[in-house]
Each structure stands twice: as structure tokens, then as C-alpha cells.
Design a protein around this ligand. Structure first.
Ligand code: ADP
Ligand code: MG
Length: 712
């Protein structure tokens, strides 16, 4: 949510409560607030149509012979009215004429209100969908506007349609009702609209003025004017947001209170030359260099590392932690699940070999005794690296000198949690957030405006691209045959079932049945099968994972708990059951569990025979590409920006009214650069020519920080 708070420069009229507008009043005002968050005149003025309908043409009744026009407009006089039927069957009709013929207008709802508001003998503009029955024209629930009202409102051939809600529609504030309010408001508001952008920007980008833009967004005078209005208002919106994000960034840099890691010491060098089992990819080298540069500036690092599944982020994290230790600091690494935390711990201990580094692990299932010992060692600085889950952020966890925090697959870490981590030291530690969910560039810029973004855009060499196939359930036998064949070659197989919260029980049953049928298909002693799911005790889950990892079983049946980060190079087949129930990014994540070894890997997407268009598009895309970034862009297109990875529910991130993350990506990039340019020159927007920008910035000030937990 942006804080649409009162700013000093905004003229007072627009700050008035919406209830004072004619046609509103207390009752409607309270519903407008509740349903659409329209509280003030200003809020209504900035409540824009979602589309426009063409009202340039006025038809003659005699010209309408069929229903081929979906919407028509007539100019008619009311000849007579009548009420028919009773109770639920009650309807109100008006007989109208325009000199060329007669037609009937019909209402089934809101009868009392319409009966009072239409006047016999008066002229109206009538707008609605025509229906023809026995050669007679009628319109059900038409929009009505008296010619008198028409002549007194802002004119335009395109009429805005405003989204509304059922509750508002019930009190005559549907699209048309809101449109009438906009007409009322415009007359009063116009003299109070003051320009929100500096004139140098308006000139430089040849933008429409705010007053013209607001007029044309509500009452377009032509398509061209509408386009200009929309561009102008988008620029204003994006600039308002970016000025906030970019100034958070310059504040962070100005504070200059970051730890300095200016030594590349023994640990880093020894690890690099003696322990690293392979050479780093160029992308890994570049990212390490970027972080090295960040950590010598004296500013706190705040970096997002994006790298597709299997691109080797853990190693990059480890090397950055070595850098911290070489400079006398502790590090911690947080993972979203117990399995992943324990796996990171094992991987890292294994890679460090005999280097003099102490690594600790803390999760929900650590025993009390382990905890006490660990916390003491952490506080006196004996532990160099702490790996764990949410348990890391509890107050009892105190570091001696925490210099670096790494958040892996950050899905479930919120702002408050990050803030708690910050509070664990005298200065804020450097932060590295890692994610395999490729967030499209523009989205990252809008969401994480204050984060620098690094990308690992290269997989370690020797990986064969995963082959992805889509099988309808009718081809199940073939799939089973394929599994047998791969197991005979010494490979291991994952079979994954969907887990969707609302129907957890049902999913669990799916998994249970699936497990049983797989056991029947692959009986012992020839085959060994294990399972993991969310309801299992962590210790058992861990044990089953280990069993699979050690090669002791052929098939792992799982719910999507294995989605994140599990690394079993010998597993080369991923079967995803009911794949149409997964989102694209989830499918891609799951697929990333295979293809980690040298063998050819496969991902088989099983689905029901009937698929929706979107499901088909998703599965098709999975078959066609392995590129996570491309899939993420597509996901965004299919689902729409508002819904990306559940951000919609958060209600925090996407309050873009006009600009669209996908369609306007170029504009977002340009405006972001503009924001940087403006702030470089005038960080606090103190110059006279930027005074309007300060107001704009305050208007879009985010009340809340972005919740990382919403982005998965
Ligand atoms: P992710 O980015 O998904 O977290 P991981 O860090 O788990 O990926 O790495 C995936 C696998 O690739 C691991 O087995 C890791 O040891 C291996 N790996 C990482 N970097 C390289 C490299 N430069 N060359 C070869 N293998 C690598
Ligand atoms: Mg990982």
C-alpha cells in the first residue's frame, strides 16, 4: 500500500472526505472506503477506468433490426411507463420513441429507484445491449442519462468503465454510478489540480499536463489524447515509486556503516586453490567479484542473487562467507526448510574439509543440549558459520560479530525477520538473498528497487539439458516402462504429487494411493521405494532423504517438499503427477532436482486428459524450454502481474494502477534511471524545481517494506 497521505502542497479541496461530494453522502462514502479504498476527493480523481466504450454514435430505433451491435446508444423521449407482475416476477418498463420508431426499456431490479428517477416526456440518452423479439426492440437495464445531465457533463465519445463491486452496484454505484460521480467531481476539482511534475520533465519528455491527463483519462477526447494521458500518468506513478525506492538506496549508501572486508585471506585462497573440486564458472566468478566490490566500499551490501536451479549458488555463498571469516566476521545462512538447512550444513562441512572453520547448524529439531552449547559458542565467536532455519532469528541467538547474512530460497522470510537479524549486531550485516525463482528483470526492479541484482546466467559445464515430456494419464504404462528402463541403468527416480494447502487431506490421500500403486508396480526385493511428505517428523524425513541420497533406494515418492534445493546427482528422472495443478515456476523448480549429474535426465509431466488453455500453455512451455527466465516471463504473462507468485494476496507490492509490469517494462527501466539521475543531483529533492517531486515521492511513500515472504 502506498501512503496517500496528506501532503502540504496538495490543495485542500482534494483532501476533503469523499462524503462531501454531491451524490455520495455518509452511507455511500463508507462503502466506497470499504470496497475501493476511496476516501478522499483525490482518491476518486485517481480512480481510473479499466476500459472505454465507444459512445460516439447515436442510432435510430428504425435502424436496429438485429442484435449484431453488442451495445447501442439511442436518444429517446419517454412516452409511458408501467409496472408488471408481482414479487420476484415484478418488472418496470418504459415505452420510448425517437421519431423513427418505438422501443421498450425493461428493469427487473432497482425498480423503486428507476421509477422515481425517470420522467415521462423527458429526453434521455439510453445505452445498452439491444434485444429483438418479434421485430420489437427492447433494452434490459440500460444506462440512462437525461439530455440535461448530458449537456452539463464533460463530453467525450469514449466513456470510461469503472470497476465496482456487488455491494456498490446495489447502491447505484456500479460503473455508471462511479462515472457520474467523476462528472460531479471534475467540475469542482479542476481548479484545484496542481501540476505534480517539474516543468523541465514535462518539456523534456513532451508529457501532457496533469490537468489534461486527468481529464482525458476519465473523459477521453480522442484515442490519441487517451494514450498521452495514460503515458503521462504512468510516468508519474512509476516515478513516485522509484523515487522512494532509489532514495532508500542512496540513504543506505550515505549512511556508510557497512563492515569492510578488505582482505582476501588464507581461508578464501586455500579453499580456492586446494579444496574446490572443480573450476568456477565465469558467472560464479563474476558474482563473487561483485560481492567483493560491495564489501570493500564501507556501505552495507544488499544484494539479490538470482541463478537458475543447479547454477551453483551455494558455492558462491560459501566463498563469500570465507571472505567474511578472513576479515574476522561470523556469517549465517538461512534456509526455508529443515531438509535444506541440514543439506547445506553437510555440503559445506564436506567442502571445507580440514580447513580451520567451525560450522554450526540450528533448526527446530536441534535438542536443548545442542542448542545451549551452540549458542554459547556462537556468542564467544567459536562458531564461524551458522546454518539453519527460522530458528536462527530467535532472540536467544546472539552472535559475537555477525558480518554477513545469506538467505537462501528466501520464500518464507519476511521483513520483520530480516529486521531481527539486523538487530543482532552493532552495524547491519551485509545481506545476500539468493533465489532460483527467476524474477523477471522489471519485476525485480519494482519489487527490489533497493537491492542490487546479480545473476548467474550459466550452468556448470557438462550438464546435459533435461529432456521434458508431457504424457496424458492414458500413457501411464509407457511412463512406468520408462522408469523401469532408467532404474535398470542405475538411475534414481522422483515421483512428485501436488500439495495444495486447501486440500491437504486429499493431496495426502493422492500421495498415499500413489505410493501404494508404485509399490505394487515396483515390488521388493527388486525395487526399493521411500517417501517424504510435509506431515512427516523431520527426523524421519531426513532419514528417508539420506537413504535416497546414498543410492539405497530407487524411487522417492514425495509431495512438493522436495521442491527446494535438494541435491541428488544420481537422480535423473522426475515424474510430476497432476502437473497441471502446479504453477510454472514450481514445475521448473521441481525439474531442477534432476539434471545435476553427468547423465541424461528426464522430466515427465503427467496430466489429466482434459486441460484448460492455460494449463496446456504451461506444460507446452515446459516441454519447449529449460530457461527459467523465459518461463518466468511467460508465467507473468499468463497469470498477470498482480498475481505473480502470490504477491496479489499480500496487497503490498502491486499497487500499480496504470502501469503494467509486463507491458511497460521499458518505461519502468527508463523512469528508474531518471529517478537515479534526479536523486544523484538532488538527493533530498530540496531544489525549488524539484519541489513537486518531493510531494510526489511522499504520496507514493510505502508504509510497509516489501515482504519477501510473498515472493516465491
Ligand atoms: P543452486 O544454485 O540450485 O543452489 P547448487 O549450489 O546446489 O545449485 O549446485 C548444484 C550442483 O552443482 C552442486 O552439486 C554443486 O556442487 C555443483 N556445482 C556448483 N558449481 C559448480 C561448478 N563451477 N562446476 C561444476 N559443478 C558445480
Ligand atoms: Mg540452492
Amino acid at each position: 500500500m502506498y501512503n496517500l497521505g496528506i501532503s502540504l502542497r496538495m490543495s485542500s479541496f482534494l483532501d476533503n472526505d469523499i462524503k462531501f461530494l454531491s451524490g455520495v453522502g455518509e452511507r455511500r462514502a463508507s462503502l466506497l472506503k470499504q470496497e475501493l479504498e476511496i476516501k478522499s476527493m483525490h482518491d476518486l480523481l485517481y480512480y481510473f477506468p479499466f476500459r472505454y466504450i465507444d459512445r460516439s454514435k447515436v442510432y435510430k430505433i428504425s435502424d436496429i433490426h438485429d442484435e449484431s451491435q453488442t451495445l447501442i446508444q439511442l436518444k429517446v423521449r419517454i412516452e409511458s411507463t408501467a409496472i408488471h407482475g408481482v414479487g420476484a416476477k415484478k418488472r418496470f418498463t418504459a415505452l420510448v420513441s425517437d421519431g423513427s420508431g418505438v422501443a421498450t426499456l425493461v428493469w427487473f431490479k432497482g425498480i423503486n429507484w428507476i421509477e422515481k428517477s425517470v420522467e415521462i416526456g423527458r429526453e434521455y440518452l439510453v445505452f445498452g445491449a439491444p434485444s429483438i423479439f418479434k421485430n420489437e426492440l427492447s433494452i434490459v437495464h440500460p444506462d440512462m442519462e437525461s439530455m440535461l445531465a448530458y449537456q452539463n457533463r464533460p463530453r467525450g465519445d469514449m466513456q470510461g468503465m469503472y470497476s465496482s463491486t456487488e455491494k456498490l452496484t446495489n447502491i447505484q454505484l456500479g460503473s455508471k454510478g462511479i462515472y457520474s460521480l467523476q462528472c460531479n467531481l471534475w467540475k469542482l476539482a479542476e481548479p484545484h489540480i496542481t501540476e505534480s511534475l517539474p516543468s523541465y520533465l514535462i518539456k523534456r519528455y513532451n508529457l501532457m499536463t496533469l490537468k489534461d491527463a486527468l481529464y482525458n483519462i476519465h473523459f477521453p477526447q480522442s484515442q490519441e489524447d487517451l494514450n498521452k494521458a495514460s503515458t503521462r500518468l504512468k510516468v508519474e506513478e512509476i516515478l513516485g515509486i522509484q523515487l522512494n525506492l532509489m532514495s532508500q538506496r542512496s540513504d543506505r549508501i550515505l549512511k556508510n556503516n557497512g563492515f569492510i572486508f578488505n582482505r582476501v585471506g588464507d581461508l578464501f585462497n586455500t579453499f580456492y586453490s586446494e579444496k574446490l573440486p572443480f573450476s568456477l564458472t565465469n558467472a560464479q566468478k563474476r558474482v563473487i567479484k561483485e560481492m567483493r566490490n560491495d564489501t570493500i566500499t564501507g556501505h552495507q551490501m544488499n544484494r539479490l542473487l538470482q541463478g537458475d536451479v543447479g547454477s551453483g549458488k551455494t558455492l558462491v555463498a560459501l566463498m563469500t562467507m570465507l571472505l567474511a571469516i578472513d576479515n574476522g566476521f561470523q556469517s549465517c545462512m538461512m534456509a526455508p526448510t529443515e531438509i535444506l538447512a541440514r543439506q547445506h550444513y553437510a555440503t559445506i562441512v564436506n567442502m571445507l574439509d580440514d580447513l580451520p572453520i567451525t560450522v554450526g547448524v540450528l533448526t527446530g529439531s536441534s535438542t536443548k543440549k545442542e542448542r545451549v552449547k551452540l549458542l554459547a559458542e556462537l556468542e564467544n565467536g567459536d562458531i564461524n558459520i551458522l546454518i539453519g532455519t527460522h530458528a536462527l532469528i530467535e532472540n536467544s541467538v546472539q552472535f559475537k560479530n555477525l558480518g554477513l547474512v545469506i538467505i537462501d530460497e528466501q520464500h518464507r522470510f519476511g521483513v520483520e525477520q530480516r529486521a531481527k537479524l539486523w538487530a543482532k549486531g552493532s552495524k547491519p550485516p551485509h545481506i545476500l538473498v539468493m533465489t532460483a525463482t527467476p524474477i523477471p528483470r522489471t519485476l525485480a526492479m519494482t519489487l527490489y528497487g533497493d537491492l542490487d541484482v546479480s545473476v548467474i546466467d550459466e550452468l556448470p559445464p557438462g550438464r546435459k539439458p533435461i529432456k521434458t515430456l508431457h504424457f496424458y494419464d492414458s500413457k501411464r504404462l509407457q511412463m512406468l516402462g520408462f522408469i523401469r528402463q532408467e532404474i535398470a541403468k542405475g538411475r534414481q527416480v522422483y515421483i512428485v504429487y501436488p500439495l495444495i494447502q486447501e486440500s491437504e487431506k486429499m493431496d495426502y490421500r493422492d500421495l498415499q494411493e500413489g505410493f501404494e500403486s508404485i509399490c505394487a508396480e515396483f515390488p521388493p526385493p527388486d525395487y526399493a521405494i521411500t517417501a517424504v511428505h510435509g506431515k512427516m517428523k523431520p527426523a524421519i524425513k531426513q532419514e528417508n532423504m539420506e537413504l535416497f541420497k546414498s543410492g539405497g533406494v530407487h524411487i522417492m515418492v514425495a509431495t512438493s517438499v522436495i521442491e527446494v534445493g535438494v541435491d541428488v546427482p544420481n537422480a535423473s528422472v522426475m515424474i510430476i503427477e497432476s502437473s497441471e495443478r502446479f504453477g510454472l515456476s514450481q514445475l521448473h523448480q521441481l525439474r531442477g532436482r534432476v539434471g545435476r549429474g553427468a547423465e541424461q535426465s528426464y522430466c515427465i509431466l503427467m496430466s489429466g486428459d482434459k486441460l484448460s488453455k492455460d494449463s496446456r500453455t504451461r506444460l507446452q512451455a515446459m516441454v519447449e524450454t529449460n530457461d527459467g527466465f523465459q518461463l518466468a516471463e511467460l508465467d507473468l504473462k499468463i497469470r498477470g502481474a498482480g498475481d505473480i507468485n502470490g504477491t496479489q494476496q499480500s496487497g503490498v507490492v502491486f499497487d500499480l494502477k496504470l502501469a503494467n509490469i509486463v507491458r511497460d517494462s521499458e518505461m519502468i527501466e527508463k523512469v528508474r534511471e531518471l529517478a537515479i539521475e534526479i536523486l544523484d543531483d538532488d538527493p533530498e529533492l530540496k531544489r525549488v524545481e524539484n519541489s513537486t517531486l518531493l510531494t510526489l515521492k511522499n504520496r507514493y511513500n510505502r508504509e510497509k517494506d516489501i515482504d519477501f515472504s510473498m515472493i516465491s
